[in-house]
Design a protein around this ligand. Structure first.
Ligand code: NAD
Length: 449
């Protein structure tokens, strides 16, 4: 558990718990308090994963030695449909972390109104020191160990940290070999285009962020900021999500003044030349050093005065010890969990709204859903069709969350005493929206038997 201390401020707790599972549970409890007639037993059911699978398997390495690997696949909830969620490869994966990410997927799919439950998986390994052959062996063995626990109608994996379309192709192939004679393409999403992948999947998360922001600004918005056009934008992270978001916001008329990666950030008062930034990143491995830019640290980047700040790198980057410095008018969570519990409070006190991750970055899983639908029908849609469908889904999700936020803010909460003790923000509204949806469907289906 990572802990941040700030002893100088004695009025507040001096320690912040950054454990993602702790944060997820706290947020769930905050939201649950707003749900009228929420059955106690259902709260407990939603807090725990429905099914946890842990596997352990040997793999023969390139040098002939044998190593044992541990992996998880956790299905948090499948009331709305089959589980959906990524598989990550990382040396520090824990069961608790995978479980909290699976729960986030349940709420994200519910907000985007997708017919999926939430799931997540991972193998404890360090892909940076594994060869391609070793990664393939780990993937095939992991998927065969999961057996029929994954499937086109049961639980559908996707890429996550340190897994990619190549990994998804191996997953498909392994499952297909074990289940011959049927259409197995929908067993996994994020596949290569030629193997049933969808156009627009690579850009989907960044594009979804843009659509969510556009809709939010057009709807309720912020005084003096009703459109992305002309907005000054700062993006932390220049990977898949961050680089796409930067380009698409710029295309939509925003001025992207700063971006960063793990080595540092760059700033240009008049707006960055993103082609030059991409070239620098490709050739040198970092955005730092792009001609005609000033270098700055990631901490200073987060404190830049701007209209829209988009953290698109890691979790827990805006927290107790730096949230006070945030000088944006809106924070859009492209990454998962970039704003901590205490930072939420600080930003709220500063009246800086946060478009929460389960809404803002839902574009990725939405286009994964489109891939699944295309695979089921053996079709492939044009890029225009994918993007238009994504835009409609994201707008509808923002509308639903904004609507819930308005009713919650108007005081229409079940328990005024609990409600009065909590500040309603967009994150709570989004969670309330999602949890209510899953709770309603659970009761409509009837609790078995
Ligand atoms: P990525 O690996 O492609 O990019 C991550 C970027 O973050 C890189 O530019 C890296 O240099 C930068 N970075 C790493 N450490 C940093 C640090 N300390 N400070 C600043 N920058 C740092 O990953 P991605 O796919 O772009 O994902 C980014 C975030 O978005 C993650 O939180 C991920 O969980 C979330 N997300 C991704 C998707 C998706 O479709 N890829 C969907 C939903 C959410």
């Amino acid at each position: 558990m990572e802990v941040v201390t700030k002893p100088a401020d004695e009025d507040r707790a001096s320690v912040e718990n950054l454990d993602p599972q702790f944060i997820a549970q706290q947020r769930f409890e905050q939201a649950a308090a707003y749900i009228a007639g929420f059955k106690e037993g259902l709260i407990d059911f939603f807090k725990a994963p429905k099914r946890t699978i842990g596997v352990c398997f040997p793999v023969e390495m390139d040098d002939g030695t044998v190593r044992t690997f541990h992996g998880y696949r956790i299905l948090h909830n499948h009331v709305l449909g089959p589980g959906k969620g990524g598989i990550r490869y990382h040396p520090e994966i824990t069961r608790a972390e995978v479980a909290s990410l699976a729960a986030l997927m349940t709420w994200k799919c519910a907000i985007a109104n997708l017919p999926f439950g939430g799931a997540k998986g991972g193998v404890i390994c360090d892909p940076k020191v594994l060869s391609e052959a070793e990664l393939r062996h780990i993937t095939r063995r992991f998927i065969s160990e999961l057996g029929d626990e994954i499937g086109p109608q049961t639980d559908i994996p996707a890429p996550d940290m340190y897994t990619d379309e190549r990994t998804m192709a191996w997953i498909y192939d392994t499952y297909d070999i074990l289940h011959p004679g049927q259409n197995n393409l929908p067993v996994v999403t994020g596949k290569p285009l030629e193997l049933g992948g969808s156009l627009g999947r690579m850009e989907a998360t960044g594009r979804g962020c843009l659509y969510a922001t556009e809709r939010f600004l057009a709807q309720a918005g912020l005084p003096g900021l009703s459109s992305v056009a002309g907005a000054r934008v700062v993006v932390q992270g220049f990977g898949n999500v961050g680089s796409v978001a930067a380009s698409l916001f710029q295309e939509a008329g925003a001025v992207v003044v700063a971006v960063s990666d793990s080595k540092g950030g760059i700033y240009a008062e008049e707006g960055l030349d993103l082609d030059a930034v991409s070239t620098q990143k490709q050739e040198v491995g970092t955005v730092v050093g792009t001609p005609d830019t000033q270098t700055l640290s990631n901490q200073d980047l987060l404190a830049l005065e701007c209209d829209i700040l988009i953290p698109a790198a890691l979790g827990a980057v805006i927290r107790y010890d730096n949230a006070e410095r945030v000088a944006a008018r809106l924070v859009v969570e492209a990454a998962n969990g970039p704003v901590t519990l205490m930072a939420d409070e600080i930003l709220q006190a500063k009246q800086i709204p946060v478009l929460p991750d389960i809404l803002a970055n839902a574009g990725g899983v939405t286009v994964s859903y489109f891939e699944w639908v295309q695979n089921l029908a053996n079709e492939s849609w044009s890029l225009e069709e994918v993007n238009e469908k994504l835009r409609r889904k994201m707008y509808a999700a923002v509308d639903a969350v904004m609507g819930r936020w308005r009713t919650l803010s108007a005081g229409s909460v079940s328990d005024e005493s609990v409600g009065a003790s909590l500040e309603v923000n967009l994150r709570i509204a989004a969670l309330v929206q999602a949890i209510e949806h899953v709770a309603r469907v659970t009761l409509q289906r009837g609790i078995w038997p």
